[in-house]
Design a protein around this ligand. Structure first.
Ligand code: IPM
Ligand code: MG
Length: 350
């Protein structure tokens, strides 16, 4: 019997609603498999926790979290606590502290879903740099409280950081039979960071002569997402660009409630963390109408990383079957079902 330890951080808002559904699916999968024993520990770290304790997680939070095979996160952020606090004090310390430098985000139209786009052949991945770049949290405020107030927000791009994300993307393309890698840049305007980013792409691309290498300025790339999604296979993007592109990508699937995200430490030195792309959506929190698919798909990615491909396949097939049947769907994808009805249908299909 293989024991798998999962640490769950439901977080805030609909994060709590969707992780609850995720737990039900995980329990069922473990029953079906028979060969694994799941141990799940839920950590209460959230904005509510912050209001009680003055911190988003305890000082030794990463130590507590580290002892597991994978982490499942719902969403963080709630009115009453600045969004910068919940991100800077919980999300980023985990992503950076566990060196989860790859943020893998599949953008794929599952059968039965309706894209708002006419060109709806959508099946690509965005590989987002997840440890530095525009999210380095560095900067300064000068001449505060004067008319000369100046705020500097820095972005840090290192050789190591850029090289490893490009290498990961090209390797991914090679391994998955993809033929093209497209980099999101803006080297016309950002003369240090993005010029360097392009240079590193060129260096790494030399080792992958069979893969077509392209770059596109981020503004043009947004247009390309809408007009020619069928031409896209693997996108590599810096932290901020990847963040923006993947909300756009998920919206191309008809709802931002669908897409998953894997914060991956490829070396396996630290646990990886899986989460839906969507946020905590306080306006619908607790109403039972959040779409559980983003989280269930994140679990599917997690199962693959845990080398349980049969269970991942089973879950994915069940999700697709429910979507294709079209009977049960949450309001964001045009139905009237609740979060738990959607999960019930998927459990049934499994
Ligand atoms: C995401 C989210 C986060 C990010 C927020 C909550 C800070 O938008 O995971 O895409 O920007 O990384
Ligand atoms: Mg985002």
């Amino acid at each position: 019997m293989r024991t798998i330890q999962l640490n769950l951080i439901p977080g805030d808002g609909i994060g709590v609603d969707v992780v609850r559904e995720g737990t039900r699916v995980l329990e069922r999968l473990a029953e079906i498999d028979g060969g694994i024993q799941l141990k799940m520990k839920t950590l209460p770290w959230s904005c509510e926790y912050y209001l009680q304790h003055g911190v988003m997680m305890p000082a030794d939070g990463l130590k507590i979290l580290e002892d597991c095979d994978a982490i499942l996160l719902g969403a963080v952020g709630f009115p009453g606590v600045p969004d910068s606090v919940s991100a800077q004090d919980l999300l980023f310390p985990i992503r950076r502290g566990f060196d989860q430098y790859v943020n893998m985000r599949p953008i794929k139209l599952l059968p039965g879903l309706v894209s708002p786009l006419v060109n709806d052949k959508i099946d690509f991945v965005v590989i987002r740099e997840n440890s530095e770049g525009e999210y380095c949290s560095r900067g300064r405020i000068e001449n505060d409280h004067t008319p000369e107030k100046t705020v500097v927000q820095e972005a840090v791009f290192t050789q190591k950081g850029c090289e490893r994300i490009f290498r990961y993307a090209y390797e991914y393309a090679k391994k998955h039979g993809k033929t093209k890698v497209l980099s999101a840049t803006k080297s016309n305007a950002l003369k240090y960071s993005m010029v360097f980013w392009d240079e590193v792409q060129e260096q790494v691309a030399k080792d992958f002569p069979d893969i077509e290498s392209r770059k596109m300025h981020i503004d043009a790339l947004c247009g390309y997402f809408i007009m020619h999604p069928d031409q896209i296979e693997v996108v590599v993007a810096s932290n901020l660009f990847g963040d923006i592109l993947t909300d756009l990508g998920s919206a191309m699937l008809g709802s931002i409630g669908i897409s998953p995200s894997g914060n991956i430490n490829p070396e396996g030195k630290y646990p990886s963390m899986f989460e839906p792309i969507h946020g905590s959506a306080p306006d619908i929190a607790g109403k039972g109408i959040a779409n559980p698919l983003g989280t269930l798909w994140a679990i599917e990615m997690m199962l693959r990383q845990l080398e349980l491909p049969q269970l991942a396949d089973l879950l994915m097939k069940a999700m697709c079957a429910v979507l294709e049947a079209g009977q049960v769907r949450t309001p964001d994808i045009g139905g009237r079902s609740t979060t738990s009805e959607m999960t019930d249908a998927i459990l049934q299909a499994m």
